[in-house]
Design a protein around this ligand. Structure first.
Ligand code: 15L
Length: 270
C-alpha cells in the first residue's frame, strides 16, 4: 500500500479527502493545527525543517496546506509561496517523486463566464491567492522538467456535499469525485506534468476537462441535480465584474471568507 502525505489535513477539503481515501492508502496527515489521530504529525510548512520531517518516506504528497481564499499578502506569501516551495523542495531532497497540487479555479478566474477554457490556456489569476496558485503550477513545472518529478496539478473548483450558489454550479466538486481524481493523480503511471480541472461532471462547467478524462477520470456527480434549489436561493450580488467572470467575487474583493468556515458566533440563523 502506498504511503501518502496529506498536508493541510485538518481543513475542510483535507478532512473530506482523508475520509474518502482511508483504507486505500496509508495516510500520513499533517497540519499546523493538531488533531487527535494516530497517523497525525504536526508541522508548520513555512519552516523547511518541518517540511523535511513530514515528507520523509512517503510515495506521494497531496499538498493541501496553505491559505485557501483571497486575503492579506503576508499570509499568502508565508503559506502559499514559502510553504509551497518548502514542501516541493523537501520532497525533492527526500526523493519523493510525485506531488499532487490543488491549484485553483482562481488561477484562471479572470476568464469570462461565456468562455470555455481547457488546461492549455494562459493563466488569468483573479486575486493574490490566484497568483500564489499560479506560482505553485510554475514551481511544479520547474521541478518536473529540471528534477524529473511527477506533478499533478488540479485546478479545484469548490468541494462540498452540494453546490453553494450559481457560480459553484459550474465548479462544484463532490467529495467522491475529488477522491477519484486524487487516486488517478497518485496511481496513474508516467505522469510528468499535468493540469486538470477538479470539478464534477457538471453540465454548466466552464472547463473542457478532456485532459482529466484522457487520464481516466469519470466523474459520478453533476451539479445539475441541485440547480433548481440553488438558483431559487440565489441573490443578485450587484457586482457586474464578479458576475461576468469565472472567479466571482475573488475578482473584486480584497478579502473573501472561506465558504467552508462555520458561521461567525453571534450571528443567528434566520
Ligand atoms: C478556492 O480556491 C478555495 O480554496 C475555496 O475555499 C473556495 O473559495 C473556492 O475556491 C471557490 O471558488 O468557491
Amino acid at each position: 500500500m502506498k504511503t501518502v502525505l496529506i498536508t493541510g489535513a485538518t481543513g475542510d477539503v483535507g478532512t473530506r479527502l482523508a475520509r474518502e481515501l482511508a483504507g486505500k492508502y496509508q495516510l500520513r496527515l499533517s497540519d499546523k493545527r493538531p488533531i487527535k489521530a494516530k497517523n497525525f504529525v504536526k508541522a508548520d510548512i513555512t519552516k523547511m525543517a518541518d517540511a523535511l520531517r513530514i515528507t520523509k518516506g512517503v510515495d506521494a504528497i497531496v499538498h493541501l496546506g496553505g491559505y485557501s481564499v483571497e486575503g492579506p499578502w503576508e499570509g499568502i506569501l508565508q503559506a502559499n509561496i514559502i510553504g509551497c516551495y518548502n514542501v516541493f523542495e523537501a520532497a525533492r531532497r527526500n526523493g519523493v517523486k510525485r506531488i499532487l497540487f490543488p491549484t485553483s479555479n482562481h488561477a484562471v478566474g479572470f476568464y469570462r463566464r461565456d468562455q470555455t477554457i481547457d488546461h492549455r490556456v494562459t493563466t488569468k489569476p483573479d486575486s493574490r491567492y490566484g497568483v500564489s496558485k499560479v506560482f505553485g503550477e510554475a514551481l511544479g513545472s520547474l521541478y518536473a522538467d529540471k528534477y524529473g518529478m511527477e506533478m499533478f496539478m488540479m485546478r479545484i473548483g469548490n468541494v462540498g456535499p452540494r453546490p453553494l450558489d450559481k457560480r459553484r454550479l459550474s465548479i462544484w466538486f463532490s467529495p467522491r469525485d475529488l477522491a477519484q481524481l486524487v487516486s488517478i493523480g497518485i496511481d496513474h503511471p508516467g505522469i510528468k506534468f499535468e493540469i486538470v480541472y477538479g470539478i464534477s461532471g457538471n453540465k454548466r462547467a466552464w472547463y473542457d476537462n478532456s485532459n482529466a478524462v484522457r487520464l481516466g477520470y469519470r466523474p459520478q456527480d453533476d451539479s445539475e441535480e441541485y440547480a433548481a434549489e440553488t438558483l431559487a436561493r440565489e441573490k443578485p450580488s450587484g457586482d457586474p465584474i464578479a458576475e461576468a467572470h469565472q472567479g466571482g467575487i475573488f475578482c473584486t474583493a480584497e478579502e473573501v471568507q472561506n465558504p467552508a468556515a462555520p458561521p461567525k458566533k453571534g450571528k443567528k440563523k434566520k
